[in-house]
Design a protein. Structure first.
Length: 132
């Protein structure tokens, strides 16, 4: 199994560099043909969110839709499918910061009761606890 770096996932999604987008697509199709799996670490998901928001100014809803579609691809294996499912389903309805949600669900699946934070907005989500 091979893992994907953020830049490969971003090229696949935004296709802003024709050559790299084509190569990324070929990696996906070859893995699918060979029935290989491409691993997507949660850190790559987090970094992809940041790049799509800050560099490409893609809306949160479009980002969530993209990850929802990626999760349906049999060639991709996310580090924690449950974290991704919880993240996508919550992000669709609650409007919390995407990075905060990913952090919260990652902590939860690792056995944490909550995430300690100074972020007042994040602390409104049930998995965060405000430090004041």
């Amino acid at each position: 199994m091979k893992a994907l770096d953020t830049n490969v996932l971003v090229r696949f999604l935004v296709k802003d560099d024709e050559k790299q987008a084509r190569i990324a697509y070929q990696v996906f199709t070859q893995a699918e043909y060979k029935q290989d799996i491409l691993f997507v670490p949660l850190l790559v998901v987090l970094e992809t969110i940041w790049v799509l928001q800050s560099v490409y100014e893609i809306s949160d809803q479009d980002i969530i839709s993209a990850f929802s579609e990626l999760m349906q691809m049999p060639v991709l294996k996310f580090e924690s499918h449950q974290v991704m499912q919880d993240f996508v389903s919550t992000a669709r309805v609650d409007g919390f910061d995407l990075s905060d949600l990913l952090i919260a669900y990652s902590a939860k699946i690792s056995g944490c009761q909550n995430v300690l934070t100074f972020d007042k907005k994040a602390s409104k989500f049930k998995l965060f606890q405000l430090l004041d």
